[in-house]
Each structure stands twice: as structure tokens, then as C-alpha cells.
Write a protein that binds this ligand. Structure first.
Ligand code: ZN
Length: 97
């Protein structure tokens, strides 16, 4: 998987993040132009899972396909499918009550 998440760890901006060289460990570093913070990609995966779920839900509500969402957010299609299915299940449970 060669995609990178483009969501800011700190302010959750999607389009403000760009690559910022490599850390000493070799990890890709990112810089957010909105909040002026830098961080490494391995931290984003852990801390941003809930944010990614939120972004997937929002894009799905906009009518984006799972493949489009996968490309936009840089997460695997399997993750998108799983989260979409979870959301659909929760929606159906909510509408029954
Ligand atoms: Zn930011």
C-alpha cells in the first residue's frame, strides 16, 4: 500500500497536509499548512482512525463510491468497505427504533 493519509493529526484538515521530508528513522514526515505542525506518518495511522471513519462517512454521504473514498483518503478499499458496512448497519438499527 503506497498511499498516505492526508488528514492532519491536529486540526483534521484534509487538503492542508503535504510531505515534509524524511525523519531520522526514515518515516515520511508531513507538514500541515493550517496549523503549522509536523508529524510522522506512523502516528497518523494510530491517532486518526476515528477521524478517517468520520471522513469516510462524510464522503459516502456526498455520494462518493467506496473506491473514490479509498483514493481520496489514502486508506485501503477493504477498510472503506468495512466502515461503510458498519455505518449502514447502524443506520438501519437507528431507523427501526
Ligand atoms: Zn493541521
Amino acid at each position: 500500500m503506497h498511499n498516505h493519509p492526508q488528514i492532519c493529526l491536529y486540526c483534521c484538515e484534509v487538503n492542508s497536509v503535504r510531505k515534509h521530508g524524511l525523519a531520522a528513522s526514515g518515516s515520511q514526515r508531513y507538514y500541515c499548512m493550517s496549523c503549522k505542525k509536523t508529524y510522522q506518518v506512523k502516528y497518523i495511522y494510530q491517532a486518526n482512525e476515528i477521524n478517517i471513519q468520520r471522513q469516510i462517512t462524510a464522503l459516502s454521504d456526498e455520494g462518493k463510491s467506496n473506491i473514490e473514498i479509498s483514493r481520496l483518503l489514502g486508506v485501503s478499499l477493504r477498510v472503506v468497505d468495512r466502515i461503510i458496512n458498519q455505518m449502514a448497519l447502524m443506520d438501519s438499527l437507528n431507523s427501526e427504533t
